[in-house]
Unconditional design. Sequence first.
Length: 583
Amino acid sequence: MTLSNCRPVGAIVATSVWIATLGNLVLWSDLWHLSALQGARGLVFGAALALMIAAALTLLASLLAWRWTLKPALMGLLLAAAAGAHFMAAYGVIIDPTMMTNVLQTDLHEVGDLLSMRLVLTVLTLGVLPAVAVWQLPLRYAPWPRQLARNAGLVVAAAAVLVAAGLMAFQPLASTLRNHHEVRYLINPLNSLYALGHAAARPQQRGDLLLHPLGDDATLGASQAGAPRPPLLVLVLGETGRSGNFGINGYERPTTPELAREQVASFRNAWSCGTSTAASVPCMFSHLGRDGFENRTANFENLLDVIQHAGMAVLWIDNQSGCKGVCERVPSFSTVGTQDPALCADGECFDEVMLRGLDARIATLPAAQRARGVVVVLHQMGSHGPAYHRRSPQAFKRFQPECTSNNLQDCTREELVNAYDNSIAYTDHFLASTIHWLQAQEGQSPPGRPKGIEPPWGAAPQVSGGRYQTAMVYLADHGESLGENNLYLHGLPYAIAPDVQKRVPWISWMSPGFEQRSGVSTGCLQTLGDARLSHDHFFHSVLGLLHVQTRAYQAAMDVYAGCSAARMAQVGAGAAVLLAPAP
């Protein structure tokens, strides 16, 4: 058979073998380190598994072995395998449904952070060059009835090889998958095809077009009626925060000197709903908790909807890649396209830009709702990787030298941690600036800043007596791996993800006026720093802090309830609260 009369089966088998071998180097490396490929039995197992992968790809491609579909299908498989191979090798990630959801929700700025010369070379070598060869390969197709028969025969043959190889590799494969569940998500690009199918099918299974109401019985508690001013609560939604890298949580480096000067309470043992923004953000604003949210069969309104049902004003400010559906029914603003020479460059802004003109944005909300109280969500860029060096201005690069490469494996461990810690140092400044902005809204002078001097974050002039009683809650969506065990970034399946991807900072600040209206003591909260919490507590804790009464609220899941004046009177001042166990 010459190139002038090559049948489709040749292109299919050659492509499948190429992907099963060179396109799966990460899989083979992982299995080698697990000792699954060592010895004669290991070699037999590896050969059988490679044959299974090639047979599965051949079977899939055979279904599309027609003149107008085969080459695009083979080229797509090659490019997907090349991209998957790069990201699994460069960052130690695996491609599962959660990771695919992250990929589908990635914006252009995030894509830019992931671009590197290694990515180009990998995709060029493993994907583009063989794809070009496939495109230029002359193929001879039979008339459609005969081609249909050939395709069906190839499907049957591939299935037979798949079954035979599976039987040959069954025992070691079953043992490996039972003890190392992540291996199944390293089979490239079948992992991507499965994850993409799962991501497409799951919304249909939940009936995502139907949204069930939640908290439509919500009302404001008696404290609202007796308070001299309405509450203003800022919820800072952090990005990629490692609890262990915050100085106020015991980290040996001074990453949070400004927060250390504020009267804050930091919960050092808080755990996330997921290991990615797409998984964690909708979950933490849900009333279902992690297990309930993951296994839900329907969608419900969220925390922000309940607050609106209670009659308060809500505003979402986004300096990230979107709110993942959480802010769909509340007023929102994105910093994309903001022109600010001091805080924005190359289409991306530092987090302080969200404080610019914030009082004016609040003023556009309905007056009747503002009179009952305001909740503002500030969605940070935070420490979003891999370009950690882009997350901090020059003035906050106190840890040197720092990694300036998107390909994190090119940096030393010290450089990588320095770049990440610099981003935490800037988050510290942003949170302290948010507290100072809130103090201005209450008519107070921030420490060390005389009245009448406009702060660099552009707060409005202070109003005598203040307009609100203010508070801030900061909680990160997930953590991050910084090269531990050769893992980078985040997004591993929750069951196997390291703790650094799941343990997150949770910091609370309340003005004296807000403490009085809420009845919650910051001093008491500070004694709960080591209590085990999770995102499951967030929904109920925010409602409790605002005294929103609804059937959706569970007092046992409200971390602030244990430090309220009423509860402390029951159990004794300063007594610790027993919190519901986190998943």
